[in-house]
Design a protein around this ligand. Structure first.
Ligand SMILES: [Zn+2]
Length: 75
């Protein structure tokens, strides 16, 4: 699809690192599947992936994690 941010690039399947900040916690997920713009690098996640990221972030915050870097792997 065409990138909605720069309106020039085309998105391609790839992986990106995603950083989420929640209630003072910083969580970095590596190798998250995404569609990545070949022009500006904007990453688009499908809904399932975005939901997973939110859930995992909430869980980590509840577990008292302050900073964490983990690999996103499809369970
Ligand atoms: Zn773009």
């Amino acid at each position: 699809m065409k990138c909605a941010i720069c309106k020039h690039g085309e998105t391609r399947p790839g992986t990106v690192s995603v950083t989420l900040e929640r209630s003072g916690a910083t969580l970095v997920f590596r190798e998250v599947p995404a569609l990545v713009c070949d022009n500006c690098g904007e990453a688009y996640h499908d809904e399932a992936v975005a939901t997973q990221l939110m859930q995992r972030a909430e869980e980590a915050v509840r577990a008292g994690v302050e900073i964490d870097v983990r690999r996103y792997a499809v369970a």
